[in-house]
Design a protein around this ligand. Sequence first.
Ligand code: SAM
Length: 249
Amino acid sequence: PGTLYVVATPIGNLDDLTPRAARVLADVSRIAAEDTRHSARLLGHLGVNTPMMSLHEHNEAQRVDTLDGYLLAGENIALISDAGTPLICDPGFVLVRELRARGRSVVPLPGPCALITALSAAGLPTDRFTFGGFLPAKPSARRQTLEQWQCREETLVFYESPHRIVHTLEALCDQMPDRSVVLARELTKTYETFLQGSPASLRDRLADDPNQSRGEFVIMISGAPKMEPSDEQTMSADELLAALLAEGI
Ligand code: SAM
């Protein structure tokens, strides 16, 4: 059988496509793309005319057998999404899971990914972080999600749509007012911007300059302050029991 190559593509700047990705996209017999019209621009830029087929969240499950049929016939296939790394908040998980279960060869070609790109230049701790995907669209669910992550000490990272960025900053003003937030906007593009500040200062900044809420965003939030050792639960169960007994509880 052939191989499925999972190929990362640029998140803005087309020069970020790796030479290996360009070679694979030219050499495979087919490319499964999230939106074939969108990806036609990338292939046109590369001068590649490999046939494409669509693979998106609504047809992914049905495409598995077809694509596996091509692999069994010895074809190599590339999977790409509209931007960045497939499967990262993009289609491909069902396909990769099924093909792996069937013992097919699945090979990743690393490259751009908005969350890693954003973290690499934000100036927030990156030794540990939690990626929460897209924040929920509904305000109540969004607040609930933020509440859920509120006590985490590592950096929090979310993808966010431009329509909701101001609402999210408002929710952060209430829920995590003292945190340092970094907005990474339009990464690798002409208007790439990193804005850093408290939720309130960033909300005001976006209100003053609506251009700052246009485009694509990664939102990063510094983790909760580390608990002082005195705050931590350091007693063993025996110590706790002894303390409670001593108190006569
Ligand atoms: N698979 C992609 C990746 O590897 O990053 C993510 C796809 S997801 C559908 C799209 C979201 O990623 C956008 O809404 C935005 O939050 C983020 N994103 C993608 N490109 C970006 C860019 N150039 N600058 C900032 N954020 C970006």
